[in-house]
Design a protein around this ligand. Sequence first.
Ligand code: ADP
Ligand code: ZN
Length: 524
Amino acid sequence: MTAPALDVLSRVFGYDSFRGPQQQVVEHVAAGGDALVLMPTGGGKSLCYQVPALLRDGVGVVVSPLIALMQDQVDALTALGVRAGFLNSSQDPDERRAVEQAFLAEELDLLYVAPESLGGGESRTARLLERGRIALFAIDEAHCVAQWGHDFRPDYLGLSMLHEKWPDVPRVALTATATPRTHAEISTRLQLDDALHVVAGFDRPNIQYRIAPKNEPRKQLLDLLRTEHPGDAGIVYCLSRSSVETTAEFLVKNGIPALPYHAGLDQRTRATNQSRFLREDGLVMVATIAFGMGIDKPDVRFVAHLDLPKSVEGYYQETGRAGRDGLPSTAWLAYGLADVVQQRKMIEGSEGDLAHRRMLAAQLDAMLALCETVECRRVRLLAHFGQQSEPCGNCDTCLVPPETWDATIPAQMLLSTVLRLQRERGQSFGAGQSIDILLGKRTEKVVQHAHDQLSTFGIGADLSEQQWRGVVRQLLALGLLAVQGEYGTLALSEASGPVLRREQSVPMRREPERVARGRTGKAA
Ligand code: ADP
Ligand code: ZN
């Protein structure tokens, strides 16, 4: 005789074995225990609550913030013969009443609800739940309860009432975000300290991680798509709505079928574009990070970032949407000086208290460290999630180990230019002006401010402008230089002193010289 869990797995879902820790979780929850499951995107979290819900009496209640996907999830379950429904604000009263009745009559196996509809326990939905029989609570995207995280939703804080109101109903919380810190916060806030904690392997070996200096991002992207991913489906992330639009137009103009997605588009367009991306082959979705949570498309072959993500967690989740089918996929990120300046500036100017700004800065620092590392990207990435590993052989730094060079003297030149502007002139400027000064360029702005009289004028002419931008970017990434004010001008940081005095050496990543195109028609 097969075990009941395996029986449900094969009879209902058509799979012959559990993956990773699924079986352990399923059996624990089916027996009435609580669980906290940290598993990467595509790892198979859904079965961890779907199977026990089918094994237990009553209805499994799934709390999910992904209202837009509830219909899809319910359709997919219905197709398997699982009785599923959802309650959310998009429904008309008749639909709602039908689902409520099905719930009370236990004619449902799974019921999806939005966190806000539980309203801390006083809402219509909460009162409904009190009148029915509940098999379990699944709390999906559980990292939304963590204030430290990047997806915090206040409604999730109210979910601690589930335990107080229904102490005998098992709860399983699931997330793909698993820094030790977020993990601890979920556990505390949802009162899951005594639950079974499962952390599944976060490595996604089929994803090749690559982080490139940003020169002409759209062209670089086009190259990548044409040479490595012709006809493939993929996601391109941009920071702003306007760059989503222009990038999508650019790709279409260059013969690549692309669709835009961002929160500024009307609901209909978003829904259409999302479902086309899911159903058609070879479409490229150009999107802000508003797109992607809960999207289950197995054959996304690449995820490209044209702007720097704000945190490693965000980067990991977004890139994790590639290659869910296990086949080789690419995670490509282009990152440049302007990204660092812009993000540092945004944190400086952000609302919220000092502790909040410090948290944002720490998250950005970790992301920058990943970008600037000369070691294996995957080793860094996994270390961020508390896992040790060996160099992977499938990331850019493993495939082409970057050279380093001693940038101590250029770093000192740059910092002393910033210092002189500040001390001798009481001025601060952006990166461009300092670079022009070092290169000895008599631009209008240099002459106007008599910056050609500074003692550092022209002393850096041995490096190219691009190399200087690399130096500034890496100094900013390393915290050896700071950004201040609404214009993002350069300023010394606390850590600048030892470099200025040449007490500290500054090794930097050597970057490929930018390929000159167009003019000679031949890549040099
Ligand atoms: P997650 O929610 O963790 O991102 P899903 O639950 O959506 O992942 O599962 C990802 C994919 O893996 C789905 O297509 C699912 O059907 C498949 N899958 C999950 N568990 C198994 C299993 N035990 N055997 C085969 N396929 C599985
Ligand atoms: Zn590697």
